[in-house]
Write a protein that binds this ligand. Sequence first.
Ligand SMILES: [Zn+2]
Length: 315
Amino acid sequence: MAGWSEQQIQDWYKDQPVVPSRDYVLTLVPRIKDLDQREGFKIYQYGSASYSSRDAKSGVIKNVTHDLYCVLIGDFDVSKPTYIIIGGTHGYEKGGPLAALGFAEDEAASLMNQSNFIVYPCLCPGPYEKELRCTEGRIDPNRDAFPEGAKSQEMQAFAESLKQLHSRIFRGSLTRKFTAAIDLHETPKKDVEINRENAEAGGEIFALDVFPEGLFLIAFDKDMLFADHIIRSVIKEGCHVVSDEFIYDVPNHNGVMLMSEMGKPTGRVRQLTALYTEANFTTEFCGMEIDDTMSDDIRAEPQRAAIRGLLSYSF
Ligand SMILES: [Zn+2]
């Protein structure tokens, strides 16, 4: 398989159009900034990402810079649990940003006396607004989440921000960790198209012959009980959980796919957050019916249920 040339790979991002309903500056940034007005909420700009992008009207290639934000909620008293909620690692998976922001807007205020929250609504704003899995240079951000030497600017900024927040909140102590982190993903209809493009370009191919339906969770072996609690809570809220015997050739433990913590780092966000966090999870809300015609609320609901499951676990 020859795949695409280096030039094609470099040019790919700039020629993808922005989807107006996903425009980062117009649709997500105002919602993030509004949170800064609330008592006990603080917006932290941890970096920015610059992209070359062809302007839809003029056809001219421009430099577009997006600011990267996280929302700090609570008084960060370290005797309380601290949770990290992440959306938009894969930009096209819209349910993550919708759920992370929705949680910050509707639910966090009533919980901030008992807990602290670090919410990253959208790690990859460029791919979010262009409905892409990969970022510029066809880098998959969830294969690039390394503490040092990430290739993408989004993952470099994210890794640095985690390290700094951890050091700031725990005053440099390396023995203390955040309580739990959840990275919100989808396996939507668009994966079929992405698979086709990857086959041509020379990227990763997913086994989609059995397309999973419902939510499942990826967890490390040691967090099995915690993961099981999250899944039970999702089911209790009436959301469908993947019931196939195997998920991508890995045994399905009632909606949980278990991974060895000892495995070699492969650039997954849960492996990066694990450096600073006790328990680390990835959600996958899967279905051929998931695309941008689905209502935002329905699309975010299983992810919102998973966040509630995460927060209701007692140690
Ligand atoms: Zn994903």
